[in-house]
Ligand binder design. Structure first.
Ligand SMILES: Cc1cc2nc3c(=O)[nH]c(=O)nc-3n(C[C@H](O)[C@H](O)[C@H](O)COP(=O)(O)OP(=O)(O)OC[C@H]3O[C@@H](n4cnc5c(N)ncnc54)[C@H](O)[C@@H]3O)c2cc1C
Length: 380
């Protein structure tokens, strides 16, 4: 579908990413998914492409500009590898760079930002806790002031990239109960009292490590607070916008793989003496998939345009995310049906995408919470 906001620069960036994915990622995606790991050089290659440099100053190796269309193009093209555990393995960095770039002291940025942006080192965002992820305002991890330090106690779970990250952006309670008592902290993985364990045997995102983190009297300098005390909730919500935008774009990429794979298969597979593509039932499935993809893509383009104009469209991002995960659920399911038993076999891209539907419906804000936030943005 034609993007009215496409420019030569954006098209060139997309093409560069597309070629990188086709050459370096797609041929290995299934093997990495099965192995549960992505070689570290892929993080560095993504860094060299500028994937982690949006909105980051050139001083720290960033691009020196931001562009939501390019962010979306990267996520969409990367997801087309058909094993989204691979992009997810790099994804912790994408959702934690923003708070570091925007809120950290120059000393902290000097320490870590260049390495994170280049893909040399990993970073993760740690908000969700064993007691829950939807209700961020109720998080329980505490950070108590002790002289010119804070002492962090508590636990985080489902942290993407958490086993390998060197740096963490951690939400902790510094004030009263509720959303006005939360602050963000920069924590290094070698801080005494910090430990982590891997969450094994997930439904999907096999190539991406997911961790539970433990903070047992972890002392960090007061300077490690990111932004203002007790204003962390607003910063977390702001950061979610970019995560959700990237997830919508990734879902567009996955849906396109489902559609293309369905068309290719239906053009070759014969049943009842004729090609599947001649069957009206199959043709309607393809029309329905294509329509849903177009609608999510057009909506995403509008979101990117508004975000670039400086009007972050929070309600639309929420509506876009749950609409995209519902559309992905539909496209993945219809693609499975068109392929029949062949897609039930491990390693088929349609099978891989089908098992990634739920993480998109739950992670980064579940469908229920997205609907709730969208309605609140309507003033209800
Ligand atoms: C693979 C994976 C990677 C992740 N990576 C990260 C990460 O890097 N960093 C991070 O901080 N978190 C991460 N998460 C956590 C994710 O953001 C949470 O799983 C998500 O926010 C939901 O929280 P929860 O699982 O605790 O569900 P809960 O908050 O316990 O909710 C359970 C269910 O109830 C629904 N629900 C909750 N409240 C309501 C309500 N009022 N009305 C109706 N329904 C409701 C929810 O939608 C959900 O479906 C990841 C999760 C997964 C699965």
């Amino acid at each position: 579908m034609k993007n009215p906001y496409e420019t030569e620069e954006r098209a060139a960036f997309r093409e560069t990413v597309r070629r990188w994915v086709a050459d370096k990622i797609t041929p290995n995606a299934d093997a990495w998914d099965e192995a549960g790991d992505v070689p570290w050089e892929i993080h560095e290659q993504a860094g060299a492409l500028g994937a982690f440099g949006f909105g980051v100053s050139e001083k720290y190796g960033g691009l020196g500009f931001d562009d939501c269309f390019m962010r979306a193009a990267f996520s969409e093209e990367f997801a087309k590898c058909g094993a989204t555990g691979v992009p997810a393995a790099l994804g912790g960095r994408g959702i934690s760079i923003g708070p570091i770039e925007k809120l950290a002291s120059e000393d902290i940025k000097d320490l870590c930002l260049k390495d994170i942006v280049s893909g040399t080192k990993g970073s993760s965002l740690a908000i969700t806790e064993p007691s829950g992820g939807s209700d961020v305002a109720r998080l329980k991890t505490t950070a108590k002031k002790d002289g010119n330090h804070y002492v962090i106690n508590g636990s985080k779970t489902f942290i993407t990239g958490g086993m390998k990250s060197d740096y963490f952006v951690v939400g902790a309670r510094t004030g009263d109960e509720g959303l006005a008592g939360i602050s963000l902290f920069f924590v290094e993985a070698d801080a005494p009292g910090f430990s982590r364990t891997e969450i094994e045997r997930k439904m999907g995102w096999w190539a991406s490590d997911t961790a539970t983190l433990y903070f047992d009297d972890v002392r960090v300098p007061a300077e490690n607070m990111l932004g203002d005390e007790n204003l962390g909730f607003i910063q977390i919500m702001h950061n979610f916008n970019y995560e959700r935008l990237a997830m919508i774009a990734g879902m567009v990429g996955m849906m396109k793989v489902c559609l293309d794979a369905s068309i290719d298969y239906a053009k070759e597979r014969e049943t009842f003496g004729r090609l599947l593509i001649k069957s009206q039932v199959i043709r309607h499935k393809i029309a329905d998939m294509s329509a849903r993809i177009d609608m999510v893509e057009a909506y995403l383009n509008q979101i990117c345009h508004q975000a670039n104009e400086g009007e972050m469209p929070v309600a639309e991002i929420c509506k876009g995310k749950f609409s995209a995960s519902k559309a992905l659920e539909f496209c993945a399911s219809e693609a499975m049906q068109i392929w029949g038993g062949a897609a039930y076999l491990r390693g088929n891209p349609v099978e891989r995408i089908y098992r990634e539907v739920k993480v998109n419906a739950i992670g980064g804000g579940s469908e229920e919470i997205m609907r709730d936030l969208a309605v609140r943005q309507m003033g209800l």
